[in-house]
Design a protein. Structure first.
Length: 251
């Protein structure tokens, strides 16, 4: 590969840490972005000098630009995201709705905007947007999250037109259920209930599975781009239907 440096957001744990580890193994220098300095430092001790911690909030694109000044990023992995609650939109606070859009749509678009001029000038680069099967299937209680991921997915389709002929590739990876702490806040910090409800009945994906498919797409020859990729647990059918009892007045 001609790629030398990668920026991985949400790299302190879970999928982001697994991706950072695989990219370091491929010989890239990885700028690992996250809010937890302690977690990033520990990851750096595990992976060595090629792992460069970047302590910042993914929504603060001005601070990120300052921290990466002079660094040529060849591979951008928009992995960071979040969902603070799983309940109907009308039961959420305004702050919860704003946060889920900022984390899952606005932040990755700002990073793409920042990184693309350098990639285009060097005529090499690869952007990975990690969306979700929630971008295309209906999961109750995830209106804002699903809308944000769907927006990022559509942004990628449009960007491919803008990038045609530049040498820059863009890949969307849409995972199904992955065993991480992603939903921990939505479960009120109850790790035991999260494990029981989400990960014990069917075999989920692991963070290493997502890292593996990303590296497969990255290491294809430059003329080939995996545009969109859905990776699902073997035991999970995406989406579903719930039929609650109707209002008594309509019976």
């Amino acid at each position: 590969m001609d790629y030398r440096c990668a920026l991985v957001t949400g790299a302190s744990k879970g999928i982001g840490a697994a991706i950072a580890s695989r990219l370091v193994g491929e010989g890239l220098t990885v700028y690992a972005l996250g809010r937890s300095e302690a977690s990033l430092t520990e990851l750096g001790l595990q992976l060595g000098d090629r792992l460069r911690p970047v302590v910042a909030d993914v929504r603060d694109h001005t601070a990120i630009a300052e921290k990466l000044a002079g660094v040529d990023i060849d591979v951008l992995v928009n992995n960071a995201g979040g969902i603070s609650s799983v309940r109907p939109l009308h039961e959420q606070t305004a702050e919860e709705t704003e946060e889920v859009i900022a984390l899952n749509l606005t932040a990755p678009l700002q990073l793409i905007r920042m990184m693309l001029p350098g990639m285009i000038a060097r005529r090499r680069g690869h952007i990975f947007n990690l969306t979700s099967t929630a971008a295309s299937a209906a999961f109750p209680g995830t209106t804002g999250y699903g809308a944000a991921k769907a927006g990022l997915s559509q942004a990628g389709r449009i960007l491919r037109y803008d990038l045609a002929g530049t040498g820059v590739r863009l890949t969307e990876i849409a995972p199904g259920r992955v065993e991480t702490q992603f939903y921990l806040q939505a479960f009120g910090g109850d790790a035991a209930t999260l494990q029981e409800r989400m990960y014990t009945q069917q075999r989920p994906l692991r963070p290493e599975d997502i890292a593996a498919v990303l590296v497969c797409a990255l290491t294809l020859p430059p003329h080939a781009d995996v545009a969109e990729l859905t990776i699902s647990p073997t035991d999970q059918a995406i989406g579903g239907h719930v039929y609650p009892a109707g209002p008594s007045s309509l019976r």
